[in-house]
Design a protein around this ligand. Structure first.
Ligand code: C2E
Ligand code: MG
Ligand code: MG
Length: 661
């Protein structure tokens, strides 16, 4: 007997036998059909008798693939043998079964295994056999659980339990290949309770996992030093905080790292950081401790089970590890660190960021105490942090309610002390109606990023007062202090100054922006800001000159018009001849460079005499006037017969632009 294709029944039976078992395990309606659509075998989901010719196969534009229908449902039909003598028809239902068959069984890459009732391999596709390196005969009858790693004791019981319970399981496990290596396979396993059989489609995810591991490693590692990074540190700390443990955090800030960078170059700085990391590496990622680089010259340690004695001895150990010099480019470099320690106890806010903040605060304190030491985050520091927190909250409310007031301190010309300028000094009217001086809140405002907003409120008030005086015929210079944060906004700050001047009708040549060296040195981006201001006639004053790392070369290199000599110089003038000599030379140098000099903090007549004697022409201090309200200032200036001739001169950059447009 022949069938519709002219193929012998025996041959067809052979094909059907090969595919029969697989057919039975398919979780969707599936049938084997001959090319004329006659059903030669079917699984239990198909409702028609074998031999019925129910599937009408359409002509397919794709060779080897067709659609069919039996009037009720559509079928997807594919040949299962090379000669297209037997076709597998799967009902094209919108469930994932049909999709699975298409995607996994026929695609060469997917792994396919059918297990018999004893759980042994009854059928598998070439992809699975090739991946494991076994021949078809070798895997037939194999108990594939024996291919799992010997230490994987739980996968089998978990998967079997899931299959029993839900009829499916999606595990990932490793299987040993013939050459002894392992492949990680992601499986979708199905168990047909009626047939007592299981089949699985799988995908080799070994490389995927390696890539994911590599990405994970990169995401958690500091590029420069190879130590764990901030993300890893915070995640680990957060995980520890979810337990009842009392972790200790050690924040290590290198001392004077900037000096190494500046004097020996960034490359040497990098080498030093790597050298330090090498010494810390043995502690980097241990079972109950972690040492990470946060960034820059900041490292951080975590002891999962921290106690104060343990944390302190760890800090001492770190300080000891750094004692030996580092050999960088043949030169011995000594590195020390300031370490802040905190231990999360019952009173602590149990958040990783908060703990890190506490340790950071303590490290900052250690630095202030003289470096190369550790400091514990104690009650006094906790109070300090609370204070800062309250101040910050108060400042935010004050910004909203416009509770920043401005006092004005006159700048006078010598001799005669006629008012030629005024410095706007911010005050915070707090909720208890006290006037708080900047020394009590500026650092908090800076750290909280509030200075630009505060600066805007100050500038508007100050420029209005100056404009009002100018309109009354009393044109005097108005100084505003610019914080590093304001300057760093660049063009935005320039626009703010010019817009406020325009809004208040103030001539920009009356404005002096006071900056400190620390706010601009090393911050290249601020130079264009200063040039842009000067090109519009705004003058730049270098405030508090002589404090910190003041450099005479800045007087020549920075685009400035005025130097304000810090009050600490003036305080010593009358009784210290060295200070007198230094200040006098500074004055001469500035005058030679055509810079105006204001001597700040003149408190006594002796100070004033010393200033005048050495040729000081501009001064500011309690002796002449204390900072005062706008009203008092207007009265004071109003009483002045005329504005002293030695007013601050216009910016040289403006003069240059005027001469050479
Ligand atoms: P500064 O810019 O050097 O301002 C001069 C400070 O010295 C003022 O303190 C002033 O009251 C004080 N002073 C003036 N003459 C004397 C004197 O004869 N003896 C003594 N002992 N002190 C004198 P104040 O108002 O407390 O301001 C402190 C600092 O706060 C300012 O120093 C400035 O750096 C900053 N600051 C003030 N207002 C602002 C502002 O609006 N923005 C920014 N960014 N900083 C501001
Ligand atoms: Mg100032
Ligand atoms: Mg000053």
């Amino acid at each position: 007997m022949t069938n519709g294709t002219g193929m012998s029944d025996a041959c067809l039976d052979e094909q059907v036998a090969t595919w029969g078992m697989m057919l039975a395990t398919l979780p969707i309606p599936a049938a084997l059909v001959s090319p004329d659509g006659r059903v030669v075998d079917r699984n239990r989901w198909v409702d028609i008798g074998v031999g019925d010719c129910l599937i009408q196969m359409d002509a397919s534009p794709h060779p080897g693939f067709a659609f069919g229908s039996d009037g009720a449902s559509r079928w997807r039909v594919r040949p299962v043998d090379d000669d297209s003598r037997v076709w597998l028809a799967t009902a094209d239902r919108a469930d994932d079964g049909a999709h699975l068959i298409d995607r996994f069984f026929f695609s060469g890459e997917s792994l396919f295994v059918v297990y018999d009732q004893a759980g042994l391999v009854a059928q598998s596709n070439a992809a699975w056999e090739d991946l494991l390196g076994y021949g078809h005969d070798e895997v037939f009858g194999l108990d594939s659980w024996t291919l799992l790693p010997p230490d994987d004791l739980e996968t089998r019981s978990r998967v079997e339990a899931e299959l029993r319970k839900r009829g499916r399981s999606e595990p990932r496990f490793r299987m040993r290949t013939k050459d002894g290596s392992y492949k990680l396979i992601k499986w979708a396993l199905y168990y047909d309770t009626e047939l007592g059989r299981c089949f699985g489609v799988g995908r080799d995810v070994t490389e995927e996992e390696q890539l994911a591991n590599e990405l994970q490693r990169m995401a958690y590692t500091d590029d420069l030093t190879g130590l764990p990074n901030r993300t890893k540190f915070l995640e680990r700390l957060e995980a520890v905080l979810e337990t009842s443990a009392t972790p200790a955090v050690l924040f290590c800030d290198l001392d004077n790292f900037k000096v190494v960078n500046d004097s020996l170059g960034h490359n040497a700085g990098d080498l030093l950081l790597r050298g330090i990391a090498d010494r810390l590496a043995p502690h980097a990622d241990a079972s109950d401790s972690l040492f990470a680089r946060l960034g820059g010259d900041e490292f951080v340690g975590l002891l999962e089970q921290g106690t104060w004695p343990r944390a302190i001895s760890a800090a001492e150990e770190i300080l000891d590890l750094l004692r030996e010099p580092f050999l960088i480019k043949g030169q011995p470099i000594y590195a020390t660190a300031s370490i802040g320690i905190t231990v999360a106890d019952a009173r602590t806010v149990r958040s990783a960021e908060a703990l890190l903040g506490e340790a950071d605060t303590a490290a900052y304190e250690a630095k202030g105490l003289g470096r190369d030491r550790y400091k514990a985050f104690d009650d006094a520091l906790r109070e300090q942090v609370d204070r800062r927190f309250n101040v910050e909250a108060g400042l935010r409310r004050a910004l909203e309610d416009h509770r920043f007031e401005v006092d004005y301190q006159p700048i006078v010309a010598l001799p005669g002390a006629g008012v030629v300028g005024m410095e706007a000094l911010v005050r915070w009217r707090n909720e208890s109606n006290d006037l708080v001086l900047p020394g009590r809140f500026i650092d908090v405002a800076e750290a909280a990023g509030l200075m630009p907003a505060i600066g805007r409120q100050v500038m508007t008030q100050a420029f209005s007062v100056a404009a009002e005086l100018a309109q009354g015929g009393r044109s005097i210079a108005i100084s505003v202090n610019a914080s590093a944060a304001e300057l760093s906004t660049g063009a935005e700050y320039v626009k703010q100054v010019l817009d406020t001047a325009a809004d208040t009708d103030l001539d920009p040549t009356q404005i002096l922006v006071e900056i400190t060296e620390s706010a601009i040195v090393g911050v290249e981006a601020t130079l264009p800001t200063l040039h842009a201001l000067r090109s519009q006639g705004v003058r730049i004053g270098l405030d508090d000159f002589g404090t910190g790392f003041s450099s005479l070369s800045h007087l020549r290199s920075l685009p400035i018009d005025v130097v304000k000599v810090d009050q600490s110089f003036v305080a010593d003038l009358a009784h210290d001849h060295v200070t007198r000599a230094v200040t006098s030379s500074l004055l001469n140098l500035c005058h030679a460079l055509d810079l105006d000099v204001v001597l700040e903090g003149v408190e006594t007549t002796d100070d004033a005499a010393a200033v005048e004697q050495m040729g000081g022409r501009l001064a500011q201090g309690y002796l002449y006037h204390r900072p005062m309200s706008a009203l008092n200032l207007c009265r004071l200036v109003g009483r002045q017969d005329r504005i002293a001739p030695l007013s601050l001169r216009p910016s040289r950059e403006l003069e240059q632009t005027k001469t050479h447009p």
